[in-house]
Design a protein around this ligand. Structure first.
Ligand SMILES: [Zn+2]
Length: 426
């Protein structure tokens, strides 16, 4: 008899909160305080001489601020500590080349959120088939929609538990995102075939075996017309506002309606992505994708002052469609879904996959006749087909040739060149 191997799994689960109007106000206040805390930290950091920029000094500063500034005290101490931790992680990401330097958080641009870093503070119970209860610090007991079996109460132990959570507000109101850790039986290796996937330009997802996954518009004609109308009305109202005048309640209401429609479109897109990635992860054992860095692609189109980008307008159009398809999220979903089903996801270097012929391997100029059609200009070959299908076949070839970059399943650690960090980071 063989012992099943167990593997640790970490994932997030998002649930809708049923807050009272007073609870909503309390959560709003906490989120504003968290944002203000971040901004104070950032201001203090920039004013501090380099050698004094340490975690201890910043910690002392936020403790002082919580005592001095009344409205900051609404933020629970643990949440304030989480802001500090996130701020330091932001600098670390910057120093290690993963992100730009942290910046001030504007009132309207920032997603409202509050951290509850300790899972045990949540005290989760299930009260009904559809409802659970949690403790939100300084808000109280709150109901949330129970849509997934969470390891709480008697089912919780050191391996299976909720390690923390974060409150997040979107157009539909406050939600809670749990961080869940479980110990699960390792799935048997997936016996399905290999497949290459291309980020579609004409097709959202094209597979190397010729399969494509498409979707319609996220909003109906009627909804699109309404969105346009609302946007025009918002622009008009904004135009008639005198300088310095407060945003009217009516304009705020219009903004909320716009945000609601956009959230609806996003929810539908997310649903499509989940369904598609689940089908792919169930069907194939090895999934190969291009290693694209979307932030770089968006940036490089614009170029720098010394080296302005070429075809900026075209590329930014492409970038927009890439962001719209949210390729990064598709890859994230595929990564954990393949791992859960015993498959693997691999990334291969991207350059040339859309210009190279997948039948003969030649990169002759003019191979790609249009965005949609690929016709090989090599006289001995002459392969033709959908351009995205061709690219997907190239992606799979690269993997079969052993060019996979990072085994992306599980928690991949990307090795980067060490850079010299400022003294405070050590
Ligand atoms: Zn060819």
């Amino acid at each position: 008899m063989s012992q099943d191997t167990l593997v640790n799994r970490q994932f997030g689960h998002r649930a809708r909160l049923a807050l009272s109007p007073a609870g909503v106000r309390a959560a709003d206040d906490q989120a504003h305080a968290a944002r203000t805390m971040w901004n104070l930290l950032h201001a203090g950091w920039q004013m501090m001489p380099k050698e004094r920029r340490t975690l201890a000094n910043a910690d002392a500063a936020i403790r002082q601020a919580r005592e001095d500034i009344n409205f900051l005290a609404v933020l629970p101490a643990q949440a304030a500590q989480a802001v500090l931790k996130t701020y330091f992680r932001a600098w670390k990401n910057c120093w290690e080349g993963r992100a730009d330097a942290p910046n001030f958080k504007g009132r309207l641009r920032t997603v409202m959120s509050v951290d509850i870093p300790q899972g045990r503070d949540l005290n989760i119970t299930r009260v009904h088939r559809r409802w659970g209860m949690i403790n939100i610090p300084k808000v109280g007991r709150v109901r949330f929609r129970w849509t997934k079996d969470l390891p709480v109460g008697r089912r919780a132990n050191t391996e299976n538990r909720i390690t923390g959570a974060r409150l997040i507000k979107d157009a539909l109101g406050w939600h809670i995102a749990f961080r869940v850790q479980t110990l699960e039986v390792k799935p048997d290796p997936h016996q399905g075939p290999d497949v290459g996937i291309d980020v579609g330009v004409t097709v959202p997802i094209a597979l190397s075996d010729g399969e494509t996954y498409e979707h319609g518009e996220w909003l109906t004609e009627k909804e699109k017309a309404k969105l346009l109308h609302l946007e025009q009305r918002a622009a008009q109202r904004k135009q008639h506002r005198k300088p310095g005048e407060r945003t009217s309640r009516r304009l705020h209401h219009t903004y909320d309606q716009i945000a609601g429609l956009r959230a609806k479109a996003k929810r539908r897109a997310l649903d499509w992505q989940h369904q598609t990635t689940t089908v792919i992860a169930r069907t194939y054992g090895t999934v190969v994708v291009e290693a694209l860095t979307i932030t770089n692609m968006v940036k490089s189109a614009r170029g720098t002052i010394e080296e302005p980008g070429k075809n900026v307008a075209q590329k930014s159009g492409l970038n927009r469609s890439i962001s719209r398809e949210a390729w990064g999220r598709t890859v994230t979903m595929l990564t954990y879904k393949t791992a859960q089903l015993g498959g693997t996801l691999h990334k291969v270097p991207a350059p040339g996959t859309s210009r190279r012929c997948s039948a003969c391997g030649s990169t002759t100029p003019g191979n790609r006749e249009s965005q949609a059609v690929f016709v090989c200009k090599n006289p001995d070959c002459g392969w033709s087909g959908n351009a995205d299908h061709n690219a997907a076949r190239n992606v799979l070839h690269l993997y079969r040739m052993g060019l996979a970059l990072i085994p992306a399943a599980g928690r991949a650690v990307v090795r980067r060149a060490k850079r010299v960090k400022p003294a405070a980071a050590r």
